[in-house]
Design a protein around this ligand. Structure first.
Ligand code: SF4
Length: 351
């Protein structure tokens, strides 16, 4: 009997027209040994992930450190070269572009880095930092660039008078605003926001998140918002993807993911988010052990070594595909939606 043709899994897309499509993206870092630099192993930082981002939406990408989320953002902009896969931005295959075309493409795709202290050159004035992308991409006279820098500083809530100052004269929140102004200089359509508020005080985080939301509304921007803080991601995202060991475990609309998660890993992450209400009692799910190394990830489902509902042999033998279980709600689990056993839960007051 002929084998049944394998169905291609449905791609998790947003509601609107896709601006960015990522298919089966992989990034393996070789581990080399010996004088000849022989490759003895591969660190699978990103291992075959697929998703789409619609114009004007924010896709939140969450996960613990080492889950591969930052690597995804850098691969999309080709700040590091992916090992395999496809990245399509507005019908252009990003991975087929030569360096000149890729530089032109980066007009439309920009990044805001996590650390506002390390990402701004301390020897450059704010005006030079913000105008640098304009010089690289050309097309404006010196006076037009100067006007554009003033506009950009105003747009991110800073005075144009700051252009002559240096980064060390600013607070963390102000520096991140400068980073956002630099990212907006070329009028991009898409921004990778790589943990943009993680290094900031809690009081300043909200200001920067609100600024990003205002800019999105005003300029029609599309965001990939990378973070480990689930509360911040919930605040800003349209949809949320949860990563673990280089794979997407679950991807859904924000409300569906936070109110009715299907994957045991998402349930565990959400159970650890503090609730600012002392009268609310919450069940916290404690995961066994640490996140395994991506140098030698577990077989089958990469989460099986910590999963409270793993069943054997299937969970250690078969990789669960990312499947649509409800409209727009994808999960990679052989037993998605199954309740977690009470024995693995610890009653906590608050969180
Ligand atoms: Fe747990 Fe198995 Fe689902 Fe993986 S596939 S999350 S190990 S139940």
């Amino acid at each position: 009997m002929a084998a049944e043709p394998q169905q291609t899994p449905k791609l998790p897309l947003g509601r609107g027209e896709p601006l960015l499509i990522v298919r089966d993206l992989k990034k393996y870092f070789p581990v080399k040994r010996g004088v000849l630099g022989r490759v003895v192993a591969q660190v699978k930082a990103v291992d075959g992930i697929s998703f789409g981002v619609s114009g004007g939406e924010t896709l939140g990408l969450v996960g613990e450190s080492g889950s591969g989320k930052t690597t995804v953002g850098r691969c999309i902009l080709r700040l590091i070269e992916p090992t395999d896969g496809e990245i399509v931005f507005e019908d252009t295959n990003v991975l087929s572009l030569d360096s000149g075309d890729m530089r032109r493409m980066r007009r439309n795709m920009q990044i805001v880095f996590q650390d506002p202290y390390a990402s701004l050159n301390p020897r450059m004035t704010v005006g030079t930092i913000v105008s640098e992308p304009l010089i690289i991409h050309g097309g404006l006279s010196a006076s037009e660039r100067s006007d554009r820098v003033s506009q950009l500083l105003l747009k991110v809530g800073l005075s144009p008078d700051y252009r002559k100052r240096y980064p060390h004269e600013f607070s963390g929140g102000q520096r991140q605003r400068i980073g956002v102004a630099r990212a907006l200089a070329t009028n991009p359509k898409f921004l990778v926001l790589d943990e943009p508020v993680s290094a900031l005080d809690v009081s300043v985080q909200a200001q920067v998140v609100n600024l990003l939301q205002d800019l999105q509304d005003e300029l029609g921007l599309t965001y990939l918002f990378i973070a480990h803080d689930l509360s911040v991601v919930e605040h800003i995202s349209t949809r949320v993807a949860v990563m673990y060991l280089g794979k997407i475990m679950e991807l859904a609309d924000r409300a569906a993911l936070y109110e009715d998660p299907l994957h045991p890993y998402t349930k565990a992450l959400l159970s650890a988010v503090p609730i600012p209400n002392p009268t609310v009692r919450k069940t916290r799910i404690l995961l066994k052990g640490d996140i395994p190394t991506p140098l030698n990830p577990p077989s089958g489902c990469v989460f099986h070594t910590r999963c409270p509902i793993a069943q054997f042999p299937i969970c250690a033998a078969e990789v669960p595909p990312l499947v649509e279980h409800k409209p727009g709600h994808f999960a990679a689990c052989h037993f998605a939606g199954a309740p977690l056993p009470a024995a693995d839960a610890e009653r906590l007051k608050g969180a």
